[in-house]
Design a protein around this ligand. Structure first.
Ligand code: DAH
Length: 341
């Protein structure tokens, strides 16, 4: 048979098969059979050079034409079939677009983390930097350098969890004061948020694991009025209003004078409830002017410099802000509680 005649036959067969093909896979197989490397058209085109000169242009032209024609047919059939895949899909897969959706579970930051970050921002805007220290601490940083020697009665206040090798889980973030003063020269302005631990029975206002934010400012001529000014500013930012504050004398071995700072209980508006132990006031933080012994032990001359320090209960602050009446909720893993923040 003449080559061009052969090509026409191939074209006819190909078009018929393409037309009646029923799946994309079938179309793909036809492409390989009619246009692939081992197809008749490909081998004719490849051997074009060995044909007699007179018929070469004609055979070349016809082969290319038929090739393009088959390609187009395959393309079109492919498109038709893929449209078919989608038509009637709603029936086949029974998608009910009126059915209510499934809500994705989305986590949020823990309320304590949220307030910690907020406080960090407020303090940083006042020129403080953030300092950190280890949760497993040496006796020296947790007690000794804070003017609490081995036999000091203040050690009884802080029921401590000791490690077997004689170290401890820090009972307060005050240890970071010492670590900071060892490293930096005055002027110093730092806050140190962190987790602390006490060997303690739990109830609505006591946990064995909780959070504090320690603050320390050391410079020339620092006095109690600097301390009060900073505290007022912070509390106004946190509560977005002026908050009633009460300073009582308080004893902490690492400050002199030392104070307890209370704010009026937000939960009961000062009327008395379980959280404020029916006093109307909530103890928020301990504070004072850094004891000269502490400055001296950390290599700062108390004749030249003075400073204030404070240690704030972060859990308490969050409880007051949101009216939470049980500190144990924070570590409960209770999603109904946590989802509210
Ligand atoms: N470390 C004390 C505590 O855990 C709180 C404290 C009191 C920190 C007075 C201070 C301070 O920096 O000056 O109870």
């Amino acid at each position: 048979m003449e080559i061009t005649q052969q090509l026409k036959e191939i074209e006819k067969a190909a078009l018929r098969e393409i037309e009646t093909s029923r799946s994309l896979k079938e179309v793909q197989d036809l492409r390989i059979r009619y246009l692939g490397r081992k197809s008749r058209i490909t081998s004719i085109l490849k051997e074009l050079g060995s044909l007699p000169k007179e018929i070469r242009p004609e055979v070349g032209r016809v082969s290319n034409e038929i090739k393009r024609c088959i390609e187009d047919a395959i393309e079109n059939r492919g498109e038709d079939l893929s449209e078919d895949i989608f038509s009637g899909l709603d029936e086949k897969e029974k998608i009910d677009i009126t059915e209510p959706g499934i809500k994705g579970e989305r986590g949020t930051l823990h309320p304590i983390t949220q307030l910690r970050m907020e406080l960090e921002d407020i303090f940083m805007s006042m020129g403080f930097t953030i300092a950190t220290g280890p949760e497993i601490e040496l006796d020296y940083y947790n007690f000794e350098a804070l003017n609490i020697p081995q036999d000091h009665p203040a050690r009884d206040i802080q029921d401590t969890i000791w490690t077997i090798d004689g170290n401890l889980l820090r009972t307060h973030t005050s240890s970071v004061q010492i670590r900071t003063m060892e490293k930096l020269k005055p002027p110093i302005r730092i806050v140190a948020p962190g987790r602390v631990f006490r060997y303690e029975e739990t109830n609505a206002s006591h946990e064995h694991t909780f959070y504090q934010v320690e603050g320390l400012m050391v410079d020339r001529n620092i006095s109690v009025s600097n301390l009060i000014a900073v505290m007022r500013t912070i509390l106004r930012e946190v509560f977005q209003k002026d908050v009633a504050v009460r300073l009582r004398p308080g004893y902490f071995p690492f400050v002199e004078p030392g104070f307890e700072l209370d704010i009026s209980c937000h939960l009961c508006d000062g009327n008395g409830c379980q959280v404020c132990k029916y006093s109307g006031w909530e103890e928020l933080l301990g504070c004072g002017l850094v004891h000269p012994n502490v400055l001296r032990m950390s290599g700062i001359d108390p004749e030249e410099y003075s400073g204030f320090a404070f240690g704030m209960g972060l859990d308490r602050l969050v409880m007051m802000r949101y009216g939470i009446d049980d500190i144990r909720l924070f570590h409960s893993g209770n999603l109904r509680f946590l989802e509210q923040f």
